[in-house]
Ligand binder design. Structure first.
Ligand code: HEM
Length: 423
């Protein structure tokens, strides 16, 4: 194919050297490197730490178009040309192929059919009804550390909240939720690294989900898995495997993302005291408008998904003037697009009241985040509760001491130690 390590390099003289990607420094703050790419090499062929090559798309306009381009496939299996799609998905437990035939890895017409079915069960109404439960889970977690004066907000708050929430929503019984927590922890810790434990976790989860679906078939309840089993479309039902893959992607797509939305969000608020004070004031007055725009702005400014998941050109395409060969993997850099000065006024400034904010944090097009209403509910509940109950929350370590996960698709902190006046 036409791609190679030199393609797309159009650096202007005097523009400064091309920044190195995927270093520790980059993991801490990738935004300067993305600004460089956006300006000088907006569609750039790069070699990922795994050794696999992919095009990085960094401008807002190109990103939005690419996300909705039907000529790009999400299916990794069809594109196993030498040296490319082969081992690249970065999805733990790739070999558990049956769990991997989920929404984010398939194209229409299968995608259309499955998405329609799940949308019947995972409705905005179901999410809205779930609000009191999310508040209860949040309160219980904050109760766990509020009297202590210090906490690690990732481990004690941002990590457990989404996993318990999704388990509850799916209908995983309380006594099994800690197993899920362990499997999910394994995936998040080793998502981009050694696969042994991850593959085992995925396998256990697959076996468990199969069993759970089987049990629910005989005793349908009010939960989402029962809803998935019940959902039908012109007489079509989800197969057991499709239901398991759906439950898996709901967990997988809805877990680490939400951990990081809460983690990155609190981190951003702690670093912008004036913005944070305004939000606290509005919460104290019982208003929710600023909270709503704040969650969107936190997603735009430092969202949990740094790069949208993989796409593959099925035919030769041109993205932002750059020729992309059939079979080439393409990664849309949401984090870069969301700070494009061509689309956002003062893109590197946090403005919790920002109104004109069509960010791509939840993606765009047919794969637009199915869980966005749940993510918003969790983030609003989590941030409002923390800021209201622990109003003098402060970071317990210096900015330089914070460690980022350095994954590829996701951006998030390993831990976020804080101090506050005990409740
Ligand atoms: C898809 C972001 C939370 C379920 C996506 C995509 C993004 C995204 C960017 C599109 C990926 C692509 O096109 O390659 C986020 C963010 C979240 C979040 C930033 C939290 C802050 C959730 C939650 C759930 C969820 C809580 C479910 C419980 C899904 C599913 C898809 C998806 C099922 C695939 C949809 C499809 O392919 O049709 N999400 N997500 N997400 N998300 Fe989310």
């Amino acid at each position: 194919t036409a791609t190679g390590t030199t393609a797309g390099t159009t650096a202007t003289p005097g523009a400064g050297a091309e920044p190195e990607l995927f270093t520790w420094e980059f993991a801490g703050d990738p935004y300067p490197a993305y600004a460089w790419l956006r300006e000088h090499a907006p569609v750039r062929w790069t070699t990922l730490p795994s050794g696999v090559g992919a095009w990085l798309v960094t401008r807002y306009g190109d990103a939005r178009e690419t996300l909705a381009d039907a000529r790009l496939s999400k299916n990794p299996v069809h594109h196993t040309e030498e040296g490319k799609a082969r081992s690249r998905t970065g999805i733990p437990g790739e070999r558990s192929a049956d769990l991997m035939t989920h929404l984010l890895n398939i194209d229409p017409p299968d995608h259309t059919r499955l998405r329609r079915l799940v949308s019947k069960a995972f409705t905005p109404r179901r999410v809205a009804q779930f609000a009191p439960r999310v508040q209860e889970l949040t309160d219980r977690l904050v109760d766990g550390f509020a009297g202590r004066g210090e906490a690690d907000l990732i481990h004690e708050f941002a990590f457990p909240l989404p996993i318990y929430a999704i388990c509850d929503l799916l209908g995983v019984p309380a006594e099994d939720q800690d197993d899920f927590r362990d499997w999910a922890g394994m995936m998040i810790r080793h998502g981009g690294g050694p696969r042994g434990g991850v593959a085992r976790s995925v396998k256990r989860m697959r076996a468990y989900l199969g069993e759970l679906i089987h049990r629910k078939r005989g005793d349908l309840g009010d939960d989402l898995i029962s809803g998935l089993i019940r959902a039908s479309d012109d007489g079509e039902h989800l197969t057991e495997n499709e239901a398991a893959a759906m439950a898996f992607i709901l967990l997988f797509a809805g877990f680490e993302t939400t951990v990081n939305l809460i983690g990155n969000g609190v981190h951003t608020l702690l670093r912008h005291p004036e913005q944070r004070a305004a939000l606290q004031d509005s919460l104290a007055r019982g208003q929710s408008a600023l909270l709503e725009t704040a969650v969107e702005e936190l997603l735009r400014y430092d969202g949990p998904v740094e790069l949208a998941t993989w796409r593959y050109a099925t035919v030769p395409v041109t993205i932002g003037g750059q020729a992309v060969a059939a079979g080439d993997p393409v990664l849309v850099v949401l984090a870069a697009a969301n700070r494009d000065p061509e689309r956002f006024a003062a893109p590197d400034t946090v403005d919790l009241a920002r109104r004109d904010n069509p960010h791509l944090g939840y993606g765009h097009g047919i794969h637009y985040c199915l869980g966005a209403p749940l993510a918003r509910l969790e983030a609003r509940t989590a941030l409002a509760s923390l800021l209201t109950r622990l109003p003098d929350l402060q970071p317990a370590v210096a900015e330089e001491e914070l460690r980022w996960r350095g994954g590829l698709i996701m951006r998030g902190l390993r831990s976020l130690p804080v101090t506050f006046t005990p409740e």
